[in-house]
Design a protein around this ligand. Structure first.
Ligand code: 13P
Length: 254
């Protein structure tokens, strides 16, 4: 099925790659992906590599994302990074509410919503992550969990802001485990999230919003996942750390 939403495939490097290693990776990606126009390509290095990577991808088809940002614009928040600081390096996207931050930094839906508003205020597009744990799926709570996370994490966004937000469905049990959601499981969750966006915003927003799948995406499963009616891209962890595997995911998705 031809989708009118452009695929967006982002590499979440997590806490990997020094600036020098990140530079080498994007230099390879630039060569591999120079002719790709059909997909929005994003790399999300750690903060310490943003400067180097930003310079390297200037005038290329690769865009820059960050992995987190503060909900505040400046001030006494030791260790935090503000949207304005990301803008300095031409950051266009920011991952918010990744399950690892929800788990280890105890990020809540309410905090993620504040961060999403702060990102939009700086014209940075948030990639807002949601997803259930294995225990939640096995106890039949998947839709309830997604409902709560989507409502809470997107609270206060205007319709325009919602259209420019990317959602990422990342079932926690599929992250870094090699265990991908089946096509049926992914499509069902994505359709549920899109319908909910329709209820919370409107049908036009729901039709336009892009929803990525994340969780053990690799070159061998990208084509099937990206071909699903409500899957509009991928948020890739482990397989985004090697130029060949990330480039192959993108090429196999076209
Ligand atoms: P993996 O692709 O390593 O499973 O990680 C997925 C993820 O968490 C992307 O944000």
């Amino acid at each position: 099925m031809q989708k009118d939403r452009k695929l967006i495939i982002a590499g979440n490097w997590k806490m990997n790659k020094t600036a020098a290693e990140g530079l080498a990776l994007v230099n390879d990606l630039k060569l591999e992906l120079a002719n790709v126009k059909e997909v929005d390509i994003v790399v999300c290095p750690p903060f310490t590599a943003l400067c180097e990577v930003s310079r390297a991808i200037l005038n290329s088809n690769i865009r820059l994302g960050a992995q987190n940002m503060s909900e505040h614009s400046s001030g006494a928040y030791t260790g935090e990074i503000a949207a304005g600081m990301l803008k300095e390096f031409s950051v266009r996207y920011v991952i918010l509410g990744h399950s690892e931050r929800r788990q280890y930094q105890k990020e809540t839906d309410a905090l993620i919503a504040k961060k999403a508003l702060a990102a939009h205020a700086a014209a940075i597009r948030p990639i807002v992550c949601v997803g259930e744990t294995l225990a939640e799926r096995e106890s039949g709570q998947t839709e309830k969990v997604l409902d709560t996370q989507v409502r809470g994490s997107l609270a206060g966004l205007s319709k325009q802001q919602m259209e420019e937000t990317i959602l990422a469905y990342e079932p926690v049990w599929a992250i870094g485990t090699g265990k991908t959601a089946t096509a049926a499981q992914a499509q069902e969750a994505h359709a549920f999230i899109r319908k909910l966006v329709g209820t919370l915003f409107d049908e036009t927003v729901a039709r336009r919003v892009r929803i990525q799948y994340g969780g053990s995406v690799k070159a061998s499963n990208a084509r099937e996942l990206m071909g699903l009616p409500d899957v509009d891209g991928a948020l890739v962890g482990g397989a985004s750390l090697e130029p060949r595997s990330f480039a192959d995911i993108i090429k196999n998705s076209i």
